[in-house]
Design a protein around this ligand. Structure first.
Ligand code: ZN
Ligand code: ZN
Length: 605
């Protein structure tokens, strides 16, 4: 592929100026003032020297554009990027990440946006690419600190609104039609339709003083999506022809060969499973995947069944989808689950939450026989139209086993053709890069391995600047140069636990890990007023240490007393440490464990 610009490409708008209202009431600040340091391209920066000489860019007035990544580059989740022009910031997405297994007690994980809170006067808006949690799940938390308008498609905003409203946070949501320029301060952007695993997904292109910056959102090139709203390749192609300075593209499936099959390809396999089912069909998928909900519904209706939707998020998203005309289901074919129980089994199709093995979702409750209405039996057919996202494999597998044990026949992504991914595979990604032919490319949305794989595709295709960045890094477009700045902002995980946001640090998680791995030993000591003598034998209690701890507790009490008798001066000088040492030694010798030892010391007067 020839990497140079096509001869007919128009000259980039190098002198685009901000709108007249750009700085009203907002203090001007140099880009990234006081933050980080500029570094030359680091080891993750791949520059292909073959192409350096091919491009010519007229010298121009320098107006820097910076894109800083707060999340999503190094993990699947908490996608969030800050596009900065003239010191003003537009955020693309504001997602959350679900906690990993070792994050005990953590409900969810957010990007670290403290620097944006400090600069809240500079933040203009948020642009949502689509209605998935990893792109909009942090929005309520962000808006509570930085109240700015949010742009996105009607459905993306409607899905996001549920969460924001739940938190009681004010919102200024501005539904944005595809393909129309929106101007907000120095920003001029438009949404471009993409197909994905939630309807009305978008890419977003920013027309900046340094050229076009194109963010794909999550996408695939499905030519026959259920709603006919395809990834808008003609528009992408036009921007490609115009000259895209920087492309940011979804890397989730960069390691996967080939193309992702179309959503349409699931139609007949799903229908044949539903048709052949002897009794009830209980199906599940992500509740925001309204096209899949439509396909499941169509199969149920096609087989002459009534539909019953259960699970809070499923009911909510189905209502939103029907409201916005995204989901088409005749009213008279939808029944309540209580009514469904009175119908012949082969007239019922249940569509429920629980595709990820979530412990309290309806499907998981059915699997363990604890659902209020549905008790699984050997005539039931279960259809899991999803694959577990990383981290949920074990939970999903257990749900499948439990349902099979109850006699149900279970179809899932692993044994039937009932699921396709929402993210482009490598051939699609290459096709897309070929369409855009950007000057510079940053793979986004993936663990490091996915980013690297995507970067390799771009290098193979001759993209001049291929930059592998991680959370906290920024890419700066500055006249002639495109450069990487490493670690310009803090980008660690911000944990949400109950009502606490950001008050959990790594140390606390390590402590929780120790508590849950090894248990706790509490040693209660009663000392005289001088603190020089034990008034009575220590009381010892343990939690989560062993099943029959009584004898061991006696041994610990004796060891503590022995230590006090052996060297009273030393023991009473630092009772805490002495008790810990004595107790740990006994436990280590007898059962080879290392519980957290908590001495509780009381003095009598
Ligand atoms: Zn995503
Ligand atoms: Zn997504």
């Amino acid at each position: 592929m020839a990497p140079s610009r096509r001869a007919d490409a128009p000259v980039r708008r190098l002198f685009h100026r901000a709108e007249p209202d750009a700085h009203q009431g907002r203090p001007e600040r140099p880009l990234g003032a006081g933050r980080g340091s500029e570094a030359p391209a680091g080891p993750g920066v791949a520059r292909d020297p073959r192409h350096r000489g091919c491009r010519s860019r007229p010298s121009a007035k320098v107006v820097s554009v910076r894109v800083t990544f707060l999340g999503g580059l190094g993990e699947i989740g908490r996608n969030c990027a800050a596009v900065e022009i003239d010191g003003q910031i537009a955020l693309v997405d504001c997602g959350l990440m679900f906690p990993e297994e070792d994050m005990r007690g953590v409900d969810l994980v957010l990007p670290d946006w403290r620097w944006l809170v400090e600069r809240r006067e500079d933040v203009r808006c948020v642009v949502l690419t689509h209605g998935h949690e990893d792109h909009m799940g942090g929005l309520g938390y962000f808006l509570s600190e930085v109240p700015v308008p949010v742009f996105g498609t009607e459905l993306s905003l409607a899905i996001a609104a549920g969460r924001v409203d739940e938190m009681g946070v004010e919102k200024d949501f501005r539904p944005t039609p595809d393909g129309q320029w929106v101007t907000d301060g120095p920003f001029r952007f438009q949404l471009i339709p993409v197909s994905h695993s939630v309807p009305q997904g978008s890419g977003v292109v920013f027309d900046t003083p340094e050229g076009l910056v194109l963010h794909t959102g999550d996408f695939k090139l499905d030519p026959t999506p259920i709603d006919g709203r395809r990834s808008d390749l003609p528009s992408f192609g036009r921007f490609g022809n115009q000259g895209v300075r920087l492309l940011l593209s979804d890397s989730t499936n960069a390691e996967r060969a080939g193309f992702v099959p179309s959503e349409k390809s699931l139609e007949s396999p799903i229908l044949s499973i539903v048709r052949q089912a002897p009794g009830r069909v209980i199906s599940t998928c992500f509740s925001s995947h309204l096209h899949r909900v439509q396909q499941l519904s169509d199969a149920g209706l096609g087989a002459g069944r009534y539909l019953s939707f259960i699970g809070r998020s499923m009911e909510r998203n189905v209502a939103i989808g029907r409201d916005l005309g995204v989901l088409h289901i005749p009213e008279d074919r939808v029944i309540r689950i209580s009514e469904a129980m009175d119908l012949p089994a082969d007239e019922v199709m249940i569509i429920t939450t629980g595709s990820q093995g979530e412990p309290f979702a309806a499907l998981s409750l059915m699997a363990v026989g604890r659902h209020r209405f549905v008790t699984l039996n050997e005539t039931d057919t279960v259809l899991i139209s999803a694959t577990p996202v990383p981290g949920n494999e074990t939970a999903v597998s257990k749900v499948i086993s439990d349902m099979i044990r109850r006699g149900a026949t279970v179809f899932h992504g692993g044994n039937a053709n009932v699921h396709v991914s929402g993210h482009a595979s490598s051939e699609e990604l290459k096709t897309f890069i070929n369409l855009i032919r950007p000057d510079a490319f940053v793979p986004i949305h993936g663990e490091y391995r996915h980013l690297r794989a995507h970067a390799d595709l771009a290098i193979d295709m001759g993209v001049p600047d291929v930059l592998v960045l991680e959370d906290g890094d920024a890419v700066v477009l500055d006249g002639e140069s495109t450069r990487v700045e490493r670690d310009v902002v803090e980008a660690g995980y911000v944990y949400v636990d109950g009502s606490g946001v950001g008050d959990i640090q790594q140390g606390l998680l390590r402590e929780r890990a120790r508590l849950s791995d090894d248990g706790v030993l509490v040693v209660v000591l009663l000392l005289d007023g001088e603190g020089e003598e034990l008034v009575r034998a220590p009381q010892v209690m343990s939690y989560g240490l062993m099943t029959e701890p009584l004898r061991l507790m006696d041994d610990v009490a004796e060891a503590v007393m022995a230590a006090a008798e052996r060297d009273p001066a030393r023991f009473f000088r630092d009772v805490d440490t002495a008790v810990r040492h004595a107790a740990r030694r006994v436990i280590r010798n007898e059962i080879r464990r290392k519980p957290v030892v908590v001495p509780v010391i009381t003095y009598v007067d």
